[in-house]
Design a protein. Structure first.
Length: 448
C-alpha cells in the first residue's frame, strides 16, 4: 500500500500544514486525499515491514525514548533501559524517557528542541499515533496530518545527527471511556491505527529510519490472549488503550526488534569428562570440579519473576505471546559430552531435569529458571531505572514546562540535571558482577 505525496502541503512548516488540512475537513475536495479509504482484508491490510537484522545501536549511544501517555507509563521504556543496562553493557547506552500524556506527533515536534535535543541524543525511538488517530474511523486528513508531523519529527532528529526508530501505534482493545461520539467500533479504531502504522513505515522508508512494528505483535497477542483466557485479559490495557505489563512487554519486544538487538546474553560450554569449561565474553569461568561450574558474570539475563499467566499485569505473563526469550534473552548452557539419558541442573536454589540430547544441543537457562542467581541483582538495577525515569517525567513536565522553566530555563536545566545525576549513578552502582554456580549431575542408573 502506497501513500500519495502532496508536495504543496508536505513542504510547508508543520503548523501551517496542520491548519490547512484541518480546514480542509470543513471544505471537502480542497485537499487531495492522502490515501484512498482503506480497502482492508481480514484482519487488516498491513504493508510488509522489512526484517531488521542490523544493530542500529552504537557503543556510547544516548537513547531518547519519546511518546505519549503509553510511554509516560514508564513501563516499556523501563524494560528497554533495564535490558540495555544489564543485557548489553558492552554498548554503554545511556537512556532518557520523554513520555507526555495526551501528546500527538505535532505536540512533540513543538517541544522536541527544548526538551530532547538539548541533551544531544544520538538515537531516538518514537511511539505516536494513538492520539493522532483521534479515536474515530480513519479519514485521509487524519493520515496526512500524522504523516507530515512524523516526517517533521524525523527530519529534526536527523538534522541534529540522531538516528531514529519510528514506532508504530499499537492497538485498542475496546472503545475507551473518554470517547463520547456514538458510532466508532473497536474494529474501526484499529483499522485507523493500522493505516497510521503503514504511514509510519512509509516515513521510515523515505527517511532511511528504523521501524518498530508495535501494532502487529500487539494485535496478534491480544487475539491469542482473548482466545485463551477470555476478555478479562487485555493486552492493550483494561481501559482499551494503556497496556499493563504484559502488553508493555510486547511493546518492548517490538522496539528491541526495531533496534536490531541480537539477544545473546552468553554461553557456558562444559566438558564433564575433562572437567573443563569455557564461556563467551561477559562471563568468566572461576572453577570447574566434579560437575560444579562457578562463573562470574558481568552481563545479566533479563529476569521476570514467576507470575499467574492468566493475568495481564506481569512481564512474565506477556512473555507467552512473543518469542522474547528466544530472540532477546539467551543464556545458554551446553554440555558437550552429555552421554547419560538424563541430568539434573541446579542453578541457585532451583533444579531442572534435562535429557542428555537437550544439553548437548544447549538449553536456555534464562527461560527455564524463573528465579535464578541474577534475580536479586536484576531487581535492584530495575528499581534504580524506575526511580530515574520517574524523575525524568518530573524534570520535563513539572520543571521545564513549569514556573521554574518559564522563569529561567537554563538555570532549571542545570539544577535538575544535578538532581538527576545521583539517580543515574545509582543504576551504575547497582549493576555489579554476579558470581553463580551450576551443578550438573546424572542420576544413578541413567548412564548408558
Amino acid at each position: 500500500m502506497q501513500s500519495n505525496r502532496i508536495p504543496r502541503v508536505s513542504q510547508l512548516p508543520p503548523w501551517i500544514a496542520s491548519a490547512l488540512i484541518a480546514w480542509s475537513v470543513f471544505a471537502p475536495g480542497w485537499l487531495p486525499a492522502a490515501r484512498a479509504a482503506a480497502a482492508v482484508e481480514a484482519p487488516y491490510a498491513l504493508t510488509e515491514a522489512p526484517k531488521n537484522r542490523r544493530l542500529l545501536l552504537r557503543p556510547g549511544d544516548r537513547l531518547a525514548i519519546c511518546g505519549d501517555s503509553i510511554t509516560e507509563q514508564r513501563m516499556y521504556s523501563r524494560i528497554l533501559e533495564t535490558y540495555l543496562t544489564v543485557c548489553t553493557p558492552e554498548l554503554g547506552i545511556r537512556v532518557r524517557q520523554y513520555g507526555w500524556s495526551g501528546e500527538r506527533a505535532d505536540g512533540f515536534f513543538e517541544r522536541q528542541q527544548n526538551d530532547v535535543l538539548r541533551f544531544t541524543p544520538t538515537i531516538a525511538t518514537t511511539c505516536y499515533g494513538m492520539n493522532d488517530h483521534r479515536y474515530r474511523p480513519y479519514e485521509p486528513w487524519i493520515g496526512e496530518l500524522y504523516r507530515i508531523h512524523m516526517d517533521a519529527v524525523v527530519r529534526v532528529f536527523q538534522k541534529a545527527g540522531a538516528r531514529v526508530v519510528i514506532g508504530s501505534p499499537g492497538t485498542v482493545g475496546k472503545v475507551p471511556h473518554w470517547v463520547k461520539d456514538a458510532g466508532p467500533t473497536v474494529d474501526a479504531l484499529n483499522r485507523n491505527l493500522a493505516e497510521l502504522r503503514n504511514l509510519a513505515l512509509k516515513v521510515a522508508e523515505e527517511r532511511s529510519a528504523g521501524f518498530a512494528d508495535v501494532f502487529t505483535p500487539m494485535w496478534e497477542a491480544d487475539r491469542a490472549a482473548r482466545a485463551k483466557y477470555g476478555t478479562n485479559y487485555a493486552v492493550p490495557g483494561q481501559d482499551g488503550v494503556h497496556p499493563d505489563w504484559a502488553g508493555q512487554l510486547v511493546m518492548a519486544y517490538a522496539f528491541l526488534d526495531g533496534l536490531g538487538l541480537g539477544g545473546d546474553i552468553g554461553t557456558v560450554s562444559v566438558n564433564l569428562r575433562d572437567g573443563t569449561a569455557t564461556s563467551s565474553p561477559g562471563h568468566q569461568i572461576r572453577s570447574v570440579r566434579d560437575g560444579t561450574i562457578t562463573v562470574r558474570s558481568s552481563k545479566y539475563p533479563f529476569c521476570a519473576a514467576p507470575a499467574d499467566p492468566t493475568k495481564d499485569n506481569t512481564i512474565r505473563s506477556g512473555m507467552q505471546w512473543v518469542p522474547f526469550q528466544e530472540r532477546f534473552n539467551r543464556l545458554r548452557l551446553v554440555v558437550k559430552d552429555a552421554k547419560a539419558s538424563q541430568y539434573t541442573v541446579t542453578w541457585g536454589q532451583q533444579s531442572r531435569t534435562y535429557s542428555g540430547a537437550a544439553l548437548r544441543k544447549g538449553v536456555n537457562l534464562a527461560a527455564d529458571f524463573e528465579i535464578n542467581p541474577f534475580s536479586e541483582a536484576f531487581q535492584k538495577v530495575d528499581e534504580a531505572v524506575a526511580a530515574k525515569q520517574a524523575y525524568e517525567t518530573k524534570q520535563i513536565k513539572s520543571e521545564f514546562h513549569g514556573a521554574a522553566g518559564k522563569s529561567n530555563m537554563e538555570a532549571t536545566v542545570q539544577r535538575t540535571e544535578a538532581e538527576r545525576e545521583p539517580l543515574a549513578a545509582a543504576i551504575r552502582a547497582a549493576f555489579v558482577p554476579v558470581e553463580h554456580t551450576l551443578v550438573i549431575t546424572a542420576p544413578s542408573g541413567n548412564r548408558r
